[in-house]
Design a protein around this ligand. Structure first.
Ligand code: NDP
Length: 385
């Protein structure tokens, strides 16, 4: 059997680790081309050697000497910097895993899309920021996007074999995060350590904070809007604390299809790796009798305004979702650094959205310019608050 080639952008992160765990079990099936990170050079070098990658790239050039030294004599090419990330992402492969966190992943993801291959997309911020620009590039270059985000992967599976015109409603489920039952006073005092302790999922710090504010669900709403163009009014969010039903699609005959599974990202990643077939995973089978109860409720946008902000940004369209995303990335980083309180995250995003309404971006460069300007304004508003 011919090996399939694969590149992993964001190989040292949580999604990267889950992907590599699956590849490690089927090493004979895969040829690893590029592995990338930002600055975890030692980890990246270790993985690149283990998987016999062609090239390993760190985004942060200050980490290049460490990478070069760790890879010396290994036969793995080493590179660093933004242009090197794009060059590595543009190497032709059968499958690219786009798993860099934040808008930093946008240009490399676009480079992979422009090769017209298959991109398994975890990096939701890239699609949220670039929306129409990215979806147009997918069509123009004949690329295929397979959603890795568990909710979107669930929807993708529930839509298979059905006609989009028959969709009445798509429901994104949300765990509600670690603060689901906290009142406003407790939320105002929430710490980064509490925010990154998700009840059901083990994820990177940024998405964990996004889950706690519900901005993750807001970003996912915009992601779904682009991936499954049935109209914003047919997308809704339902809080489902057990994270067993990963999302649902309701059809016009009254049938609702749902995808259920363990809270383990290796399940949706495996679905993308094997698509359109299936593969084994080491995940425990779903034990519904042990789980016992599945509950659902509507989100509380008074305590968690992020989903409202995201819906408004999706409605406004153009460059507004990129502003929302950039402002959120700055606010989350400031919260993790102890510079602002938890409830300031959404408040700060709302301030930036009120301050900056750019014209619709028409190209990747336009999106990056909006992203940069929104970050500058977010920092300025934070410093002068
Ligand atoms: P992590 O923080 O665990 O990993 C992020 C990866 O991106 C690391 O490899 C990191 O490198 C790299 N990276 C960070 N900043 C840059 C940069 N400026 N330039 C180049 N590379 C960079 O994140 P996750 O794996 O949790 O999430 C990745 C993406 O997947 C996010 O968009 C997230 O929303 C999405 N996602 C994650 C899920 C999860 O369960 N974790 C679930 C669904 C979606 P380094 O290690 O060197 O810092």
């Amino acid at each position: 059997m011919n090996k399939r080639s694969i590149s992993i952008l964001g190989a040292t992160g949580s999604i990267g680790a889950s992907t590599l765990d699956l590849l490690r079990r089927r090493k004979d099936d895969w040829r690893v081309v590029a592995l990338t990170a930002n600055c975890q050079a030692a980890d990246l070098a270790r993985l690149a050697i283990e998987f016999g990658a062609e090239i390993a790239v760190v985004g942060d050039e200050t980490c290049f000497p460490e990478l070069r030294e760790a890879l010396a004599g290994s036969g793995v090419e080493a590179a660093a910097g933004a242009a090197a990330l794009i060059e590595a992402a543009a190497r032709p492969v059968d499958l690219t895993i786009a798993a860099i966190v934040g808008c930093a992943g946008l240009a490399p993801t676009m480079a992979a899309i422009e090769q017209g291959g298959t991109v398994a997309l975890a990096n939701k911020e890239a699609l949220v920021s670039a929306g129409e620009v990215m979806t147009a590039a997918v069509v123009r270059h004949g690329a295929t996007v397979l959603p890795v985000d568990s909710e979107h992967n669930a929807i993708f599976q529930c839509l298979a074999g059905n006609d989009r015109a028959d969709v009445r409603r798509i429901t994104l489920t949300a765990s509600g995060g670690p603060f689901r039952e906290w009142d406003a006073d407790r939320l105002a005092a929430a710490t980064p350590a509490q925010a990154v302790r998700h009840p059901n999922w083990d994820m990177g710090a940024k998405i964990s904070v996004d889950s706690a504010t519900m901005m993750n669900k807001g970003l996912e709403l915009i992601e779904a809007f682009h991936l499954f163009p049935v109209g914003l009014d047919r997308l809704r969010i339902l809080v489902h604390p057990q994270s067993v039903v990963h999302s649902m699609v309701e059809y016009r005959d009254g049938s609702t299809l749902a995808q259920l599974g363990p809270s383990d990202m290796r399940v949706p990643i495996a679905s993308a790796l094997a698509w359109p077939a299936r593969m084994d995973t080491p995940c425990d089978p779903l034990d519904l009798a042990a789980i016992g109860t599945l509950s659902f409720g509507t989100p509380d946008e008074a305590r968690f305004p992020a989903t409202r902000l995201a819906r408004q940004a999706a409605e406004a369209g153009g460059g507004i979702p990129a502003v929302l995303n950039a402002a959120n990335e700055i606010a989350v980083a400031a919260f993790l650094a102890g510079q602002i309180g938890f409830t300031r995250i959404a408040a700060q995003v709302e301030d930036v959205l009120a301050d900056y309404a750019p014209p619709p971006p028409a190209s990747l460069d336009d999106v990056l310019a909006v992203d940069g300007e929104a970050r500058a304004r977010a920092r300025f508003l934070m410093e002068t608050a």
